[in-house]
Design a protein around this ligand. Structure first.
Ligand code: PAP
Length: 336
C-alpha cells in the first residue's frame, strides 16, 4: 500500500470512529427536522459537532492568532469584515479592499464550516494561512481547545439580544434550508419555545454568552466582549477599541485622514449588502446565496414577529439566567 492510500484509509477510519462517537451523543430535532447532537452541554448540527470535536482535539494556537467567536446571527459577517479590514489596512487601502469583490466568509474562514468539516487534521501551518491567522467559530468557551486558552492569542466575542438573534436565525433557517420531508416543521412559536429551553444550534444561548462574559471580566487582555447593538450605536469608537485590543491601533495620522470612517463605511450593512458579490454570489458549498447573510441589519426588528407575551418570557429568562453577573440586554417593550 502506498503512503497516499494508507493515509486515505487512516483518515476514513478516523471518519468512521468520529461518526460512531457522534451517534452516541444525545439527539434532538432542529426547527426544520435535522438532527442536533449535544456535546459538552451544547447542541450542534452533525457537521459542526464533528468539526468542533476535531478542532478541540487537534488545534494548535499561535500567540498571534485572532479568534472571532459569536453566537449565530449576531453579526459574524460584519465582524469578519471589520477585523479583516483592521488587520490588512496597510496592505489594502479601502478602495482596493478584497471585501469589494469577496464575501467576508471567504476572507475569514469558519472553523466548523471551512476548516474542520472535511479533514480532522487540516494543515494550518506552512504558510497556508498568513500571520496573523484569523478564524471564526461559534464554539462555546468551555469547549475551546486548551492551546487557545494557554496561548496569548486574542478572542473577540460578539453577541446580540436574544429576541433579534432568534428572529434572524429563524428566518435564515426557514428561508434558506430545505426541509426534511418526513418532518412537520416547527411553528415559530414552537421554535421560540425550544430557543428558550436551549435546544437550538449552538445553544443554550444563555450559557454561550455567559461563558465569554465571565472570561472577558477575568481576562480582559484576552477576551473582548462586544454586543451588536453597541456596534450599531457607535461603530467608530468600537472600531478603535477593537483595533487597540488586537494590537493594530489607529495612529493619530490615520484618525486625521479618516481611516476609521472609511473602514466603518466599507463594512456597513448598506455597502456590503449592495456589492455585486453579495447580491448574486453563492457560498462554495450548499447552494446558499451570499445575500442570505444580509437581511435588514436592524436592532429591534423582533417587534414585527414576536408577541409581547413571548418577549416577556425572554426578559424574565434573561434576568434569571444572568442574575447579578452584570450582563444585560436591553429588551424594550413593543409599545416603547
Ligand atoms: P452567521 O452567524 O450565519 O455568520 P451573522 O453574520 O452572524 O450570521 O448574522 C447575520 C445578521 O447580521 C443578519 O441580521 P438580520 O437577520 O437581523 O438582518 C444580517 O442582516 C446582519 N448583518 C450582516 N452584515 C451586517 C453589517 N455589515 N452590519 C450590520 N448587520 C449586518
Amino acid at each position: 500500500m502506498d503512503d497516499k492510500t494508507a493515509s486515505k484509509n487512516i483518515s476514513s477510519e478516523g471518519d468512521k470512529l468520529m461518526e460512531e462517537l457522534v451517534q452516541t451523543l444525545p439527539q434532538e430535532k432542529n426547527w426544520v427536522g435535522y438532527t442536533l447532537y449535544q456535546y459538552q452541554g451544547f447542541w450542534y448540527p452533525l457537521v459542526a459537532a464533528k468539526a468542533i470535536i476535531s478542532f478541540q482535539s487537534h488545534f494548535k494556537a499561535h500567540d498571534t492568532d485572532i479568534f472571532l467567536i459569536t453566537t449565530p446571527k449576531s453579526g459574524t459577517t460584519w465582524l469578519k469584515a471589520l477585523i479583516f479590514s483592521i488587520v490588512n489596512r496597510k496592505q489594502f487601502p479601502h478602495t482596493q479592499s478584497p471585501l469589494l469583490t469577496t464575501n467576508p466568509h471567504d476572507l475569514v474562514p469558519f472553523i466548523e464550516v471551512s476548516i474542520y468539516s472535511k479533514n480532522q487534521t487540516p494543515d494550518l501551518e506552512n504558510g497556508n494561512f498568513p500571520s496573523p491567522r484569523i478564524f471564526a467559530t461559534h464554539t462555546p468557551y468551555g469547549t475551546l481547545p486548551g492551546s487557545i486558552l494557554k496561548s496569548n492569542c486574542r478572542i473577540v466575542y460578539l453577541c446580540r439580544n436574544p429576541l433579534d438573534q432568534f428572529i434572524s436565525d429563524w428566518l435564515y433557517v426557514v428561508n434558506n434550508f430545505p426541509r426534511n420531508e418526513d418532518f412537520k416543521p416547527f411553528s415559530m412559536e414552537e421554535a421560540f419555545d425550544r430557543f428558550c429551553k436551549g435546544t437550538h444550534a449552538f445553544g443554550p444561548f444563555w450559557e454561550h454568552v455567559l461563558g465569554y462574559w465571565k472570561m472577558s471580566l477575568e481576562h480582559p487582555e484576552k477576551v473582548l466582549f462586544l454586543k451588536y447593538e453597541d456596534l450599531k450605536e457607535d461603530i467608530a469608537s468600537n472600531l478603535k477599541t477593537l483595533a487597540d485590543f488586537l494590537g493594530y491601533p489607529f495612529s493619530e495620522e490615520e484618525i486625521r485622514q479618516g481611516v476609521v470612517e472609511e473602514i466603518s463605511k466599507l463594512c456597513s450593512f448598506e455597502t456590503l449588502k449592495s456589492l455585486e458579490v453579495n447580491v448574486s454570489g453563492e457560498r462554495p458549498v450548499g447552494r446558499l446565496k451570499n445575500s442570505a447573510f444580509f437581511r435588514n441589519g436592524k436592532v429591534g426588528d423582533w417587534v414585527n414577529f414576536i408577541s409581547q407575551e413571548m418577549a416577556d418570557r425572554m426578559k424574565q429568562l434573561s434576568e434569571e439566567r444572568y442574575g447579578d453577573s452584570g450582563l444585560k440586554f436591553d429588551l424594550l417593550d413593543k409599545k416603547a
